[in-house]
Design a protein around this ligand. Structure first.
Ligand code: A2P
Length: 276
């Protein structure tokens, strides 16, 4: 089966297509609308947005205009990182549904364990409150799966200890060079599916010499090596592009990277977002 049609089964039995279209930094309006529509017209069935991306309305409109049945598309959104109360989470979720124009969501994630403006702040109590709201929405069948994003081992343990439902997903920055070993091992231990955002290292990996050489060897593009790498590691990549040719390229990853070549890619270390 082609990679674009493959899925993971979450710990609650819900199926999630392995490759999703990311929409971070994709502008509301025409850009987000066309990016999502082009992806859906070319076989993508998994779209990732967030309240914080401020493009939910255009994403929802594109999904409706695609004329593909709503239940055939897996849609994720995220609770803004500064909302750390039960009531705040309930209210934000209803705004998300309204913006998207849906009556349910496939996956809702706590965007980060701390507000972006206060990275690293201890919000353990608030994360539990927000997550409990998501558990209630899940029980009311308004969300098919719930989870977290940018959570490390300690943040995950906080949820596992104080909440009832094991998160179905943890969405983290994951790409060649950014191995996230401890977090990924912890997710595996608890059967939490890992989604990889920025699989191209927001584009920085595409000029890496080792990756360029590997791409030549496999007769694919550097982007395809990066996306395939995430699949080989059993994570769900969420590449984003606003260009049709790249949207198509990013799903054409029906090859396997040999273990010895994966080992070479594993030698690339560090976060390329900070290489310059
Ligand atoms: P664009 O939207 O102009 O295509 P990531 O998914 O890791 O965050 O990377 C996204 C960045 O990489 C965007 O700037 C996007 O630009 C670019 N990009 C996405 N797909 C490709 C591709 N196949 N080849 C080159 N650049 C790409």
């Amino acid at each position: 089966m082609k990679a674009i049609n493959q899925y993971f089964v979450l710990n609650n039995g819900v199926k999630i297509p392995k490759i999703g279209l990311g929409t971070w930094q994709v502008k509301d309006g025409d850009e987000a609308y066309h990016s999502v529509l082009m992806a859906l017209e070319n076989g993508y069935r998994h779209i990732d947005t967030a309240e914080g991306y401020q493009n939910e309305a255009s994403v929802g409109r594109a999904i409706r205009d695609s004329k593909i049945k709503r239940e055939e598309i897996f849609v994720t959104s995220k609770l803004e990182s500064h909302i750390k109360t039960y009531e705040g989470a309930i209210e934000a979720f209803s705004k998300t549904l309204e913006a998207l124009g849906f009556d349910y969501l496939d996956l809702f994630l706590i965007h980060a364990p701390w507000p972006w403006s206060e990275m690293g702040k201890d919000c353990k109590e608030g994360n539990v409150l927000a997550y409990k709201a998501m558990e209630d929405l899940y029980k009311q069948k308004k969300i098919r799966a719930i989870g977290i994003s940018n959570f490390n081992k300690e943040d995950i343990d906080n949820i596992l200890t104080h909440c009832e439902i094991t998160p179905q997903v943890n969405q983290i920055a994951y790409f060649i060079g950014m191995d996230q070993k401890e977090t990924i091992e912890h997710c595996r231990k608890h059967n939490i599916t890992v989604e990889a955002y920025s699989p191209l290292g927001i584009g920085y990996l595409l000029t890496n010499e080792t990756i360029i050489e590997m791409a030549k060897k496999y007769n694919v593009s550097p982007a395809q090596i990066c996306i395939r790498f995430c699949l080989e590691k059993d994570t769900a990549p969420l590449p984003k592009s606003t260009h049709l040719d790249r949207i198509i390229m990013n799903k054409e990853v029906d090859f396997t990277i040999k273990p010895e070549d994966m080992a070479v890619l594993d030698t690339i270390k560090g976060d390329p977002r900070r290489w310059d």
